[in-house]
Write a protein that binds this ligand. Structure first.
Ligand code: SF4
Length: 740
C-alpha cells in the first residue's frame, strides 16, 4: 500500500465525515450531539429521537458502542467501509426522498400518473396515504379499511418509503406478497427514480439448510445413478443461488419429498454449532434483511418469528420501526396458531428417527440402551394416536381423552425425553447434531408439559387429525394481551389494513379481537368502484331458511334458475362441503354449462380452467372466499348459498363463543355476526375486480331480509340496488348487452 494511496484514502474519509457533520447540522442536529454520538452508535440512534438511550447498542470492546443492526450487517474486516456505505446511503438517499411529498407521487399530476399509463387518480388513496403518514410520524397505530380499487398498497407504500424508516409489511397471502415485491415496488421505483431497498422473505422451509443438505447427500440412496443426477443439479444450483429459495427450482415437482429433507427448520438448526454457518443461506438472508429498508413477509412468518424473538434465538426478521399488516382481517387466526402451543406426533417420531440415525457411531452398549428407550417412546406415540382412532378432523379434548393421554402414554413419552436430555453419553459427545437433538428432546418435553398442564380457562386444549399425524394444541381464546406484550409495546407504529375490516361502519370488532390500542387512528375509504351501477343484488324471499331440511335442494334449483339467466359465468360460494357436494350432484345432471368443483384439481388448475371457460361455473368453499381474482365476463355472477357464519363445530370458534358468554357478553352480536359480515364482504370482493366489471350478487339466505341482524350485513356492504325477483337478473344482463 503506497503512502499516496493511504493519503487519498484518508482524505476521502475526512471528506465523508465533514459532509456528514454538515448535513446533520443542516438537518437541525447540534454538533454537541454529534460529538456524543461518536461514543455511541451514530446510525441506529440517528433513527431515534434525541435523548433516548438505545437498548440495541453493543459494546465493541474499544469504548465504542455500535448498534446490533449494524454489527449484524458488517463483517469484522469491512466494518468501517460498510458503515460509510450505510451512512452515505442513509443520508443522500433520504435527502432526495425528503424533497418529495405524498402528492408529488400520488397526486393527479404526480410521478405515478406520469409514469403509469393505467394510473387513475384516486382521492381516497391520497387521503389514506396522509393518514398513514400521520401514523408513522406520530408513532401511533392506525386501522385503515380501503375498499376494492382504492389502490391500497400504494396508499401505504408511498408514505412508508418517504419516511425512510425500517418497515416490515406482512400480508395474508403469498399472492399479495409477490404482487407488492415484484410489481408495486418496481412501479414506484420507476416512477420516482429512487432505489427502494426492499426484499421479500418467506418462511424458513422455503430455503435450503446446508447442514441438512450435506447430511442428505451423504446418504447412499442419493449416490445411486438416478438420484446422482438430482444431486448434481442441486449442487450446480447451490453454487449460483443467493438465498437457495425453493421457488427457483422449477424442475423439482411440488410434492417431491426431497425438499422436506433439505429445507431449513428452526427445530433442526444447529445455530452457532453449525459447520456451515458462514455459508448458511438463512444467515445471508438475515444479513440482507438487516440492510433493507422494507421487508415483505407473510403473517405466518411474522408471528412465527415474533414467537422466537421472545425466546431470543433463531429469529430471521431484523428489528423494525413500522409494521404494516395488509389483509389484516385474517390476522387473528394466524396469530392464535403461533401464540399457542402445538405438538404433533410426527415431531416426536422425527426426533426418534434422527436420534436412531445419529447414535450409530456410539459404542454398542450405549446405542442399544438408547434404542430401547426410543422403541418405548415410539410405542407410546402410537398409543396417543390410537386414542383418536374413532375421531375425524378436529375437536376439543374431552376429559376422557385427556386422561387417556396424560395417564400413561404422555408420561412414557416425557420420561424418555427426559432420559435423552440427561444422557451423559449424548451430552458429552463431540457431535453437534447429537447436542441439537438433546435440545430438541428438552423442548418437546417442555411443550408436552405446557399442553397437558394448561388449566387456564382462557385457553383451549384441542386436537387435530391430519392423515396419520395427530396434533395436540393449547390455544389462547383471546390474543389481545399477548399481542400487546409481544408487539404493540415494542413497535409503536403498527398499521392494520384490508378491504374488509369494518362492520356496520365501525372497527369495534377488529379492535377487540386484536386488542388494538385505543389511540389508533381510523380511516374507512370506500371502494373506488361504482357498485350502484356496476352491480345488482338478488335476495329471494321465497326460499326455506338454511336449517330447513329442504334448503339444499331448493338452493340447487334456484342456482339453476340464476345460471340460465347469467349463461353460466358464475362463481358459487358455499359455507360447507356438504352443501357444495349436494348442489354439485344436482347441477352436474341438469346444468347446461361446464361445472368445476374445488378439490377436483389443485386450486390454481381449477381456477385456470374456470377463467378460460367463459360460460362455466365454479363451485367452491373455504379459501375461495378470499384471493380469487377473475376479472371480466367469466365472473359475471357471484352466488352465495348462505350467510358465512363460522361453523360452531370449529373447536376454537365454539370455545370463543363460550368464553364471551361466560363473561356476560353476547357472543352472537359481538363475535359471530361481525365475523360473518367480514367474510361476506370478502366474498363480494370476488365479483367486481375493476372499473369495467359488471355483475350480479345473489345471496340465497332469506335471513338477510327477515332477521333483526340482517340489516347489519346490508349496512356493511357497499350501496347497491337490491331485487327480490329473478326477472330483474334478465333485465340487468339485457341492459348490459345493450350497452356493449
Ligand atoms: S445454521 Fe442452521 S439453517 Fe444454517 S446451515 Fe446450519 S443448521 Fe442449516
Amino acid at each position: 500500500m503506497t503512502d499516496r494511496w493511504k493519503g487519498n484514502n484518508a482524505l476521502f474519509y475526512w471528506l465523508v465525515m465533514f459532509k456528514t457533520i454538515y448535513i446533520w447540522k443542516g438537518m437541525g442536529l447540534s454538533f454537541q450531539r454529534f460529538r456524543n454520538w461518536s461514543m455511541d452508535c451514530p446510525f441506529y440512534c440517528s433513527l431515534r429521537r434525541a435523548g433516548e438511550s438505545c437498548a440495541d447498542a453493543q459494546d465493541t470492546g474499544c469504548g465504542t458502542k455500535l448498534c446490533n443492526r449494524v454489527l449484524e450487517m458488517t463483517g469484522p474486516g469491512d466494518r468501517f467501509s460498510a458503515l460509510t456505505d450505510f451512512l452515505l446511503t442513509s443520508i443522500f438517499g433520504s435527502m432526495s426522498l425528503n424533497s418529495l411529498a405524498i402528492e408529488d407521487i400520488l397526486g393527479p399530476n404526480g410521478l405515478l400518473a406520469r409514469s403509469l399509463q393505467a394510473f387513475e387518480f384516486r382521492p381516497s388513496q391520497l387521503e389514506m396515504a396522509f393518514l398513514i403518514e400521520q401514523s408513522i410520524q406520530k408513532e401511533i397505530p392506525a386501522i385503515v379499511e380501503a375498499g376494492t380499487g382504492t389502490g391500497k398498497t400504494f396508499g401505504y407504500l408511498v408514505p412508508l418509503m418517504l419516511s425512510g424508516k425500517k418497515a416490515v409489511i406482512s400480508t395474508g397471502t403469498k399472492n399479495l406478497q409477490e404482487q407488492i415485491y415484484f410489481r408495486d415496488l418496481r412501479l414506484l421505483q420507476e416512477a420516482t427514480g429512487q432505489n427502494i431497498d426492499a426484499m421479500m422473505m418467506k418462511g424458513r422451509k422455503n430455503y435450503v439448510c446446508l447442514h441438512r443438505y450435506h447430511q442428505h447427500v451423504s446418504q447412499r440412496s442419493l449416490l445411486e445413478e438416478e438420484q446422482g443426477k438430482t444431486r448434481q443439479m442441486l449442487n450446480d444450483w447451490l453454487q449460483k443461488t443467493e438465498f437457495a429459495d425453493r421457488s427457483e427450482l422449477a424442475w423439482l415437482p411440488d410434492d417431491d419429498p426431497l425438499w422436506d429433507s433439505i429445507s431449513s427448520t428452526s427445530e433442526q438448526c444447529l445455530g452457532a454449532d453449525c459447520l456451515y454457518l458462514e455459508a448458511c443461506y438463512l444467515s445471508t438472508l438475515r444479513n440482507r434483511a438487516a440492510r433493507s429498508k422494507i421487508i415483505i413477509v407473510n403473517h405466518h412468518l411474522f408471528f412465527a418469528d415474533l414467537k422466537v424473538k421472545k425466546g431470543g434465538f433463531g429469529e430471521i426478521i431484523p428489528r423494525f420501526q413500522v409494521a404494516v399488516f395488509d389483509e389484516a382481517h385474517n390476522m387473528e387466526d394466524i396469530a392464535t396458531a403461533y401464540m399457542g402451543e402445538s405438538l404433533s406426533t410426527s415431531q416426536l417420531l422425527e426426533l426418534i428417527g434422527d436420534l436412531e440415525r445419529e447414535i450409530k457411531d456410539l459404542p454398542d452398549s450405549d446405542s442399544a440402551k438408547i434404542r430401547r428407550e426410543l422403541d418405548i417412546m415410539r410405542a407410546a406415540v402410537q398409543q396417543v394416536i390410537r386414542v383418536f382412532d374413532d375421531q375425524d378432523g378436529k375437536g376439543r379434548l374431552d376429559p376422557d381423552q385427556f386422561l387417556r393421554i396424560s395417564e400413561h402414554p404422555a408420561r412414557q413419552i416425557r420420561r424418555r425425553l427426559q432420559l435423552i436430555k440427561g444422557n451423559e453419553t449424548l451430552r458429552d459427545s463431540d457431535n453437534a447434531i447429537l447436542h441439537s437433538l438433546v435440545s430438541r428432546a428438552e423442548e418437546l418435553d417442555l411443550l408436552l408439559e405446557k399442553i397437558l398442564s394448561s388449566k387456564d380457562p382462557n385457553w383451549l386444549n384441542w386436537y387435530e387429525k391430519r392423515k396419520r399425524t395427530l396434533v395436540l394444541h393449547a390455544s389462547p381464546l383471546d390474543i389481545s394481551e399477548r399481542i400487546n406484550e409481544l408487539l404493540y409495546k415494542k413497535v409503536r407504529t403498527v398499521i392494520f389494513t384490508s378491504a374488509t375490516l369494518s362492520t356496520n361502519g365501525n372497527f369495534h370488532y377488529i379492535r377487540s379481537r386484536l386488542g388494538i390500542p385505543g389511540n389508533a387512528l381510523e380511516g374507512i375509504y370506500p371502494s373506488h368502484f361504482d357498485f350502484g351501477t356496476q352491480t345488482l343484488m338478488y335476495i329471494p324471499k321465497d326460499l326455506p331458511i338454511p336449517n330447513d331440511p329442504d334448503f339444499g335442494s331448493a338452493v340447487a334449483e334456484r342456482i339453476l334458475d340464476i345460471l340460465k339467466r347469467s349463461k353460466g359465468r358464475a362463481l358459487v360460494l358455499f359455507t360447507s362441503y356438504q352443501n357444495l357436494n349436494l348442489v354439485w350432484e344436482i347441477l352436474k345432471a341438469k346444468a347446461e354449462y361446464n361445472i368445476y368443483r374445488q378439490g377436483d384439481a389443485p386450486r390454481s388448475v381449477v381456477l385456470d380452467a374456470f377463467r378460460k371457460d367463459v360460460h362455466s361455473v365454479l363451485l367452491a368453499t373455504g379459501s375461495f372466499w378470499q384471493g380469487v381474482d377473475v376479472p371480466g365476463e367469466t365472473l359475471s355472477c357471484l352466488i352465495i348459498d348462505k350467510l358465512p357464519f363460522d361453523s360452531p363445530g370449529e373447536p376454537l370458534v365454539s370455545a370463543r363463543i363460550d368464553a364471551i358468554r361466560d363473561r356476560g357478553g353476547n357472543p352472537f352480536m359481538e363475535y359471530q355476526v361481525p365475523s360473518a359480515i367480514i367474510s361476506l364482504k370478502q366474498g363480494l370482493g370476488r365479483l367486481i375486480r375493476n372499473s369495467d366489471d359488471m355483475g350480479i350478487l345473489s345471496v340465497l339466505d332469506t335471513r338477510l331480509l327477515m332477521s333483526r341482524y340482517g340489516k347489519l350485513f346490508l349496512n356493511s356492504l357497499p350501496q347497491m340496488p337490491i331485487t327480490y325477483v329473478l326477472a330483474d337478473i334478465d333485465n340487468f344482463f339485457e341492459k348490459l348487452k345493450g350497452e356493449t
